[in-house]
Ligand binder design. Structure first.
Ligand SMILES: Cc1cc2nc3c(=O)[nH]c(=O)nc-3n(C[C@H](O)[C@H](O)[C@H](O)COP(=O)(O)O)c2cc1C
Length: 167
């Protein structure tokens, strides 16, 4: 029998999402994880704020909480391999998920992916524990919008890119 959890997962698979890699660095070490659970909270007072939801067992969750900073690297349509690497679906030779890609930093020191669609550089404002996940609220201290291109979309358990509706 289809449980409410099954129905929830099926429903969420239809709710198309962008895909981001959330990264952090600092005393607790460098870490990163692929997420679709990223949302704007507010653009205003006291400043722009967003949230990401990360599984409590992800190494990145502990590192973000300890380092107090993170970058949300929103991926472009050509970057599904970055998503798969930080989701653990593509294994790197030495296990370092960062090695195949080029990185810089903005204000906080968290890794900012070269050629990301957009990067939101954040200082951790608050953590809310919600069941299996930690919800990280970040004050956005810097934004880097890359050259305009299509975002990577995850929908119906597949990657895609949005297509404009013809009017
Ligand atoms: C498209 C996509 C979206 C994902 N969204 C999330 C998410 O929002 N939150 C989360 O905790 N994990 C999400 N995951 C799963 C994590 O990326 C995956 O469990 C990762 O391997 C955890 O890494 P770690 O345990 O090595 O830290 C997603 C994976 C994919 C492929």
């Amino acid at each position: 029998m289809e449980t409410r959890r099954d129905q929830f997962l099926e429903g969420m698979s239809r709710a198309a999402c962008t895909v981001s890699v959330v990264t952090t660095d600092g005393a607790a070490g460098r870490a990163g994880v692929t997420v679709s659970a990223m949302a704007s909270v507010s653009a205003d007072a006291p400043g722009p704020c967003l949230l990401v939801c990360v599984h409590e067992k992800s190494a990145a969750a502990a590192a973000i909480a300890a380092n107090g900073i993170f970058c949300v690297n929103v991926l472009g349509a050509g970057q599904s391999h970055v998503s798969d690497t930080f989701a653990g679906r593509i294994k790197t030779l030495d296990g370092d998920k960062f090695a195949p890609f080029d990185w810089g930093v903005m204000e906080t020191g968290a890794p900012a992916l070269d050629h990301a669609l957009t990067v939101f550089d954040c200082r951790l404002k608050q953590v809310v524990e919600m069941g299996t996940h930690k919800v990280f609220f970040g004050d956005v201290v810097a934004v880097r919008n890359g050259a305009t291109e299509l975002p990577l979309i995850h929908v119906n358990r597949h990657y895609g890119a949005p297509a404009p509706l013809s009017l």
